[in-house]
Design a protein around this ligand. Sequence first.
Ligand code: SAM
Length: 209
Amino acid sequence: MDCIFGEDLFRNEIVWWYEKWTDTSRFFQRNHDIVLFYANGPAAKTFTKLYGSLTDRQVALMKTGYNLGSSGGKDIVRVYDRSKIPQSTINGWKAANRAIYDVPTPKGKAMLPSVWPIPVLNSQAKERTGYPTQKPHALLHRVVSASSNKNDMILDPFCGCATICIAAEELQCQWIGIDIGEKATELAQMRMREHLGMLYDGNHRTDIP
Ligand SMILES: C[S@@+](CC[C@H](N)C(=O)[O-])C[C@H]1O[C@@H](n2cnc3c(N)ncnc32)[C@H](O)[C@@H]1O
């Protein structure tokens, strides 16, 4: 990869970590894959911070509000969303002459570490197409959303059953998927139809386009 892209363009080694228990007696369980992240050209400037679910503390504060000193002789309580606070609590604050400030709901925990715990597709997964090397939508959606903006062009020259193409379409990007396998074209077409309601004429060709 360094030879192809240049080592200066290397950004991260990302560990995709998943639970996968098979019986091994001679070595440690192999339950991660490595994603190599390189960036070049205008895309190198795109890096979108991703946010996960709210932290436990944020969830707790949604229900209680939080104190923030005083202003104009009144104690201040800040709330993210009044509809989540019991009316009796709000009445109590008003009775105590406390000022209530509304603040935007937090975004949740920044998901910036280079280790990504994302489950592999199990045999019952709804998104499973039967394509043997299909990757989880959550994994490839994260890749596209971290490094692309709306209307960008996403190319996956080894797209399999088009997981990246689906993610790109959802994120309002343009996309091109290529795969050598005839089955891949058939499944990509099926997924476009079923997941995105798109009708397109996928065409499998074996000559070089
Ligand atoms: C790891 S799979 C991709 C899986 C895909 N991300 C998904 O979620 O379905 C790699 C794909 O590369 C394709 N492939 C291998 N050699 C190729 C080539 N020379 N040209 C185009 N596709 C190729 C295989 O058919 C396979 O579908």
